[in-house]
Design a protein around this ligand. Structure first.
Ligand code: 5AD
Ligand code: SF4
Length: 437
């Protein structure tokens, strides 16, 4: 019999990329091959994101496309995995467009769910677990360059940020065993991966048998000294001096911290149930820069949260100026039903005003990114080659430790090499470099 094949599209965060790799592994062991051609797939799935309404709208649009395949070829099954499966549950089955609905903790049951759905009855498993970490599963890596690997170190989230759907879709926080993480890092190194990103919703609350995140980070860095180590995401109140010391003392840990701030106003931060003030955030930034003057800091921000005034929005702008972020992911508030904010606070900043505030933040960050890049002109960095640049095949591209994209002329290196470059010029998005011989 012909081997069945599965096609998966991944949306949302890096955690979902890592989860899709776990799903390929589970399905691979059950005899499903991976295909990147939707027209050849027996099972078509989307690993989905619920963080904002537009993320979900995109998936509904994709479901229409999936259903063209489902209707035109007999036996094709459509599955929704991940956060949207967890949030919408029956609504997905009721649409008549989906055969399998599986939440983030039910991937081990996918082979069973697919077989049962093939018998003609739609299947759903959205039970969240307190233990599941897929600890011993070796993911099927999907980085097309074979250079960068994700390792999930924990799942779920115990924070209660009032705007956020993640605790509902990914359940409570649990840490994966340290030994399985270290073993996976060794496997990545043996397979030729040159960069590992340790992933968790809140990496600083990693805790396993008395070992904290700094212990884990140091251990991974020491075990695979030729591999570059990154991590995400850190919460401003939780990132510890010990983590900063570990970063500063291991040459293979990249000096980049993603530190979501969300707002520059104390009243809004409190309403968001963030557990820090503007001043505490600024103090953390200062502590990072004192220990690692070359450390890049990026952030996430939400414009137009419930009841945010123009003055409060301007405090976000002033905080951005004060910190001078190297990069930012910027969003306007999208109400998610079931969250504390949706239950307690009216979503009362008009869409037009949210968009205006967001555009103002984006314009400011564009100028801050350019300033940050200009400060790098003349500096030298070790860059990990990802492959040819998109704009010009004669150029290579890759990231420096600070996570900035670098581009340079080069015909002698390939993906996975570490090269020395000097920054000669820049745009707002890219450092333009020359190879240092
Ligand atoms: N609306 C807009 N942005 C959100 N984020 C999380 N929830 C929402 C929401 N309801 C943003 C936060 C978070 C990032 C992953 O997504 O900035 O850090
Ligand atoms: Fe989206 Fe958050 Fe789920 Fe990641 S954890 S897929 S960002 S909702």
């Amino acid at each position: 019999m012909k081997m069945k094949s599965v096609y998966i599209e991944t949306y949302g965060c890096q955690m979902n990329v890592a989860d899709t790799e776990v799903v390929f592994s589970i399905l691979g062991a059950a005899g499903y091959g991976r295909t990147e051609d939707i027209t050849k797939a027996d099972v078509i799935m989307a690993n989905t994101c619920s963080i904002r309404d537009n993320a979900e709208q995109r998936i509904w649009g994709r479901l229409e496309q999936f259903n063209i395949q489902r209707k035109s070829r007999k036996g094709v099954l459509v599955g929704i995995l991940g956060c949207m499966a967890e949030r919408l549950k029956d609504a997905l089955l009721d649409s008549g467009k989906v055969d399998i609905v599986a939440g983030p903790d039910s991937y081990r049951r996918l082979p069973e769910l697919i077989s049962a759905a093939a018998e003609g009855t739609p299947q759903m498993d959205v039970i969240l677990s307190r233990e599941e970490t897929y600890a011993e599963i070796s993911p099927v890596r999907t980085d097309k360059n074979g250079v960068s690997a994700f390792i999930s170190i924990m799942r779920g989230c115990n924070n209660v940020c009032s705007y956020c759907v993640v605790p509902f879709t990914r359940g409570s926080e649990r840490s994966r065993s340290l030994s399985t993480i270290v073993r996976e890092a060794c496997e990545c190194a043996a397979q030729g991966y040159k960069e590992i990103t340790l992933l968790g919703q809140n990496v600083d609350s990693y805790s396993f048998e008395g070992q904290d995140f700094a212990d884990l980070l140091g251990k991974v860095a020491e075990t695979v000294p030729s591999v570059r180590i990154r991590f995400s995401t850190s919460n401003p109140q939780d990132i510890s001096g010990k983590v900063l010391d570990t970063m500063a003392s291991h040459p293979n840990i990249c000096h980049h911290i993603h530190l979501p701030v969300q707002s520059g106003s104390d009243r809004i931060l409190e309403k968001m149930r963030r557990r820090y003030t503007r001043q505490a955030y600024l103090d953390k930034v200062r502590a990072i820069r004192e220990k690692m003057p070359d450390c890049a800091i990026s952030t996430d921000v939400i414009a137009g949260f419930c009841s945010e005034t123009v003055e409060e929005h301007e405090m976000t702008l002033s905080l951005f100026r004060e910190v001078g972020f190297d990069a930012a992911y910027m969003f306007y508030y999208s109400e998610r039903s079931g969250t504390l904010a949706a239950r307690k606070y009216p979503d009362d900043v008009p869409l037009e005003e949210k968009t205006r505030r967001l555009e103002e933040i984006i314009a400011l960050q564009n100028s801050l990114s350019l300033e940050s890049n200009r400060r790098d002109v003349g500096r030298r960095f070790t860059v990990l080659v990802e492959g040819p640049s998109k704009r010009d095949e004669a150029d290579l591209c890759g990231r420096n430790p600070q996570n900035k994209m670098c581009v340079w002329k080069d015909s002698s290196h390939k993906a996975g090499d570490f090269v020395e470059v000097e920054v000669t010029d820049c745009t707002q998005a890219t450092l333009l470099c020359r190879l240092v011989e």
